[in-house]
Design a protein around this ligand. Structure first.
Ligand SMILES: Nc1ncnc2c1ncn2[C@@H]1O[C@H](COP(=O)(O)OP(=O)(O)OP(=O)(O)O)[C@@H](O)[C@H]1O
Ligand SMILES: [Mg+2]
Length: 341
């Protein structure tokens, strides 16, 4: 595994790895039957999770990223007790999830972005009432949590709408609230921002940030959007082919892969390519494309965009700008290249 030392979790925040979530050589092997000719089917194994070990401390917010089929969802399903590991040891809050799934359910919340845990034909309010009873949440606690979620996730207008009529972003917010009504200590989020527009994404991120800061909820988050990680997680783990490839800060990951972020700059008018020399250190960014008044500048992803933006604002007629994160697949590809001899 690459570079576990960079920006180890909880650095400077007083939290250490007390192992609130602990995985020790965890494996999950699926037996699948595959067509091998006209009539023949052959059994074969998919090692979805192939010996993963890590610890997450109470109160941490950790990103769990990797390409399609890497084993992220399988890990989360084992952490909730939905799937039983084929090997290794796994504990969440001291509980073995697959042995005591019900006991664990009272202490964790789960959101699967790709499918809802809400009742499709019921209004949100009724789904929440069912959870109130299912989890035997004390009335006052339930009401407080509901009120808080309704306010922060902007659900007021949606409570009486049947779930099937909600938009994807509305449903996702509804699902997040549902996962939190019983005050879980741990929240697993599997692609909570998938398919959401920019505004919904921002709302969800802001909510999660506050939840983690105010309640100390431990959060494990899978995503394909590096901006989620950038804004929420001090620590990121990269998994590929069921193995942990990296555990450290996002900046560290960018350093390992020498990846680049893109600054998209809109100037007042068409101008020659922006040129910004820094004293002695060469250019701060490299112009990769110019299209009318719009220019694209690549800069090291581990660097801050602030000095670059300040220089451009001071020296050019700047109208607007945005920063684009590299995509996860590109970062991981570069990480492999960097590791190759
Ligand atoms: N129930 C299952 N039976 C057989 N194979 C499975 C099963 N669930 C997952 N797999 C396989 O295990 C591997 C890991 O799948 P998983 O869903 O954990 O990936 P993921 O990292 O969540 O990917 P994505 O980013 O696409 O959501 C894949 O090869 C997948 O096909
Ligand atoms: Mg998945």
């Amino acid at each position: 595994m690459l570079d576990t030392s960079v920006g180890a979790a909880g650095e400077g925040t007083g939290v250490g790895h007390d192992g609130f979530i602990t995985l020790d050589g965890v494996e999950k092997v699926f037996q699948v039957r595959r067509k091998a000719g006209l009539l023949r089917r052959e059994r074969h194994e998919v090692r979805a999770v192939d010996g993963i070990s890590f610890q997450v401390a109470r109160g941490e917010m950790v990103g769990y990223i990797g390409p399609n089929g890497a084993g992220k969802s399988t890990t989360i399903k084992m952490l909730t007790g939905i799937l039983t590991p084929s090997g290794g040891r796994l504990r969440v809050a001291g509980i073995d999830p697959s042995r005591e799934r019900t006991r664990l359910a009272h202490r964790i919340g789960v959101v699967f972005g790709q499918r809802t845990t809400l009742w499709w034909d019921l209004p949100l309010r009724d789904s929440y009432r069912l959870m109130h009873r299912m989890y035997r949440i004390p009335d006052r606690r339930y009401q407080e949590n509901l009120d808080r979620c309704v306010e922060l996730l902007d659900l007021g207008e949606l409570l009486d709408v049947p779930v099937r009529q909600l938009s994807l972003g509305q449903r996702m917010r509804g699902d997040i609230a549902a996962a939190l009504l019983h005050d879980p200590e741990v929240l697993y989020l599997d692609e909570p921002t998938i398919g959401l527009d920019v505004i919904s994404k921002a709302k969800v991120r802001q909510f999660l940030k506050e939840l983690n800061a105010e309640r100390g909820t431990t959060v494990l988050l899978t995503t394909h959007d590096l901006t989620d990680i950038e804004q929420l997680c001090r620590r990121v783990m990269v998994i590929d082919h069921g193995r942990l490839m990296y555990d450290g800060s996002l900046a560290g990951l960018h350093e390992v892969g020498e990846s680049e972020r893109m600054l998209v700059v809109d100037l007042e008018r068409e101008l020659p390519a922006i040129s910004l020399e820094s004293e002695g250190a060469g250019p701060l960014a490299r112009v990769v494309k110019v299209e009318g008044p719009r220019q694209w500048l690549a800069f090291p992803a581990s660097a801050s965009a602030a000095p670059l933006v300040a220089r451009i604002a001071a020296e050019y007629p700047l109208m607007d700008l945005s920063v684009r994160e590299p995509d996860i697949e590109a970062v991981i590809a570069r990480m492999y290249e960097a590791a190759a001899p």
